[in-house]
Every structure is written in structure tokens, then in C-alpha cells.
Design a protein around this ligand. Sequence first.
Ligand SMILES: C[S@@+](CC[C@H](N)C(=O)[O-])C[C@H]1O[C@@H](n2cnc3c(N)ncnc32)[C@H](O)[C@@H]1O
Length: 186
Amino acid sequence: MNALRVILPASCLVAAIVVLIAALAACTGKPPYPRFEPTPMEIVHEMLKLARVGPGDVLYDLGSGDGRIPIAAVNISSADRAVGVELDDQLLARAEQKARDAGVADRVTFVRQDLFESDIAKATVVTLYLLPETNLALRPKLLRELKPGTHIVSHSHDMGDWAPDRTLDVEDRYGKLHRLYLWRVP
Ligand SMILES: C[S@@+](CC[C@H](N)C(=O)[O-])C[C@H]1O[C@@H](n2cnc3c(N)ncnc32)[C@H](O)[C@@H]1O
């Protein structure tokens, strides 16, 4: 009985704290933070092909993790330049080292910045692997800043009621299916 008297108020307190944290997150108006989960390299190649990345392109990866998409855009698809926007210092350091190792550090830049505050006006291609809520929150920025004709490719998540110009289902090397979405900015 005594144990129950202690456990019940304690569980109420935990529940109240959880509700309070959720309410505070909602009040900031910011979508949840997508944690690092790399796009498998074979899927990166499909994303670049879907966006038809090639010479003349400037690719921005918003939330660039270990830098694999910007590096492949320049190294494999021959984009002119690529920019990765990322907040995690360790991932940024890893990405910069990988760009140096691949010999593309002069054409691939990594910026420590919140992707919602980055200047993406120079992009001809934008790649995303975020969360559904983050994609939705990004829509006004994409429309405001990107030039008509800019390609947007998202791994796994759609853009709500924005109808994609193309979707593609691709299997990774383990047989897991990944859905890719392509939009062209009107
Ligand atoms: C799922 S990972 C994708 C990494 C990479 N684009 C890829 O496809 O391999 C999402 C990345 O976005 C970064 N990220 C999340 N929210 C961010 C924000 N507001 N500004 C900058 N980076 C962010 C995370 O640190 C994480 O590295």
C-alpha cells in the first residue's frame, strides 16, 4: 500500500513532465529534429539520377549528415558545386574530411547552419532526407527562394498535397524498398 502511494504520484509526475515537454516543443513552432541516418550509397546514386544532376548544377543537401550526397554530386555526377547544410559539428568534420579525401574540397562546401536559415537561392537541385513534418515546414522556403525549374528530390517523405512530378521505388542492397520523390519548382 505504501509502495503504491509512492509509485502513483511519481508516475503522475513523469506523465506531467512528458506533456509539458510536448507542449513546449509545439509552442516553439519548430518541427522535430531529424536524427542522422545516412542514405545508402546506391540510393544516393538513384537520387542524383532522378534529379538529372550533371555539369552546370549546384546541389544543396539540407541536413547533409556525413556529406555523402554533396560529395557524390560533384565526384560522380559532375555537378559544378555542392553545398551541405548541417548542424552537427562531428558530422560536419567527417564530411569535410571525406571531401578532402575524394579530392573535391574545392567544389563542395559544408555550412554549419540551421537548414531553415540557409540561403538556397543558388541551388539548381535540392536534396532532402528529413521527416514528413520538416518537409512540410520547408515548403514556403522552397517556393520563396528557389528558381523555377529547380529540382527537389526527397528520400522517403512526400510534401503533403504537393503532387510529385515523379516517384521511384528503389531497393537497397539488402532488399529494403526506398521511395524517392521528385518535384520541379513551378
Ligand atoms: C536523416 S539524416 C540525412 C543525412 C544525409 N542527407 C543523407 O541523406 O545521408 C538528417 C540530417 O539532417 C540534420 N539536420 C536535422 N535538422 C537540421 C536542421 N534544422 N538544420 C541543419 N541540419 C539538420 C541531422 O543532423 C542529420 O544529419
